[in-house]
Design a protein around this ligand. Sequence first.
Ligand SMILES: NC(=O)c1ccc[n+]([C@@H]2O[C@H](COP(=O)([O-])OP(=O)(O)OC[C@H]3O[C@@H](n4cnc5c(N)ncnc54)[C@H](O)[C@@H]3O)[C@@H](O)[C@H]2O)c1
Ligand SMILES: [Mg+2]
Length: 324
Amino acid sequence: MSVYCGIACRRKSFWCYRLLSTYVTKTRYLFELKEDDDACKQAQQTGAFYLFHSLAPLLQTSAHRYLAPRHSLLELKGLLGKFGQDAQRIEDSVLIGCSEQHEAWFALDLGELERDWHFPVSCSRYKAQALLHWHHTHQFCSRSGQPTKKNMAGSKRVCPSNNIIYYPQVAPVVITLVSDGTRCLLVRQSSFPKGMYSALAGFCDIGESLEETVRREVAEEVGLEVESLQYSASQHWPFPNSSLMIACHATVKPGQTEIHVNLRELEAAAWFSHDEVATALRRKGPYTEQQNETFPFWLPPKLAIAHQLIKEWVEKQTRSSLPA
Ligand SMILES: NC(=O)c1ccc[n+]([C@@H]2O[C@H](COP(=O)([O-])OP(=O)(O)OC[C@H]3O[C@@H](n4cnc5c(N)ncnc54)[C@H](O)[C@@H]3O)[C@@H](O)[C@H]2O)c1
Ligand SMILES: [Mg+2]
């Protein structure tokens, strides 16, 4: 069992910890690296670097699996020389986490960051790509027009002319699975891959609570009124810019189930039965093979919170239909 204790003291500007859990010490260590450029630079000496090129992770195959190779600072300097790049590029790296033994992990993009997104294969990759992308798109101060300077860890950028601090932005988005009690509402945008339906999503407007966003988005996109709302889970989503997806289940007012699709936002929306959705969840294989008469729609992949939300609804419906 972990022992939690609030004893932490500052010694020579470094945190020292006693009787704190591994998770807490790790979190405090990362906090220190974000706040203290010297400590972060020091951590690079013993840290590991993961490389990207225009947001595509550098991977190598090992026993039929793709792995992201780790590079020490020394190896990285050698690689930069090989690619004809200056060792100064190391200053562009961003802190993406650390091990339980406090080995700091950094991500560095050696390309121009002009290409499209590549699907990440792990959570730290999500963070690395989102952070690298944010730095690339926030190089200048929106007040002075001067170049901004990132701190060592990459947790912020500062304008040297007016000291305005820019922090990586995350836009809150609600994703709602609307149900009428027996069916759930799935929607598709014209930008979705052919045949894919998902839960209804929308960005929070400034000044709105999550409840207000859900109510507005459901009314805006499908012309229905939400009666009750239940929070499910959340997920960071890096495409195309960082969003925090907040997933909820909602029910509509009884007897008010007629959909009025807003065609400026959606291509289609429809009610689906438990059996239809449960069958779609069980389907496997490449999506292109799935689009035919007997396979009218498919659902987002497991890594998307929409999938988890839909699965949760199916499981809840299955449980409630079982005899007590
Ligand atoms: N992870 C998942 O399971 C999952 C599922 C569905 C959608 N999503 C994500 O949710 C996001 C929002 O969904 P949506 O497209 O239906 O939203 P939406 O219904 O709010 O419509 C998008 C429109 O909202 C406007 N908008 C308002 N604030 C914005 C902001 N901060 N950034 C960008 N556009 C903004 C723009 O005009 C944009 O075209 C998308 O980025 C999508 O990738 C994720
Ligand atoms: Mg939407």
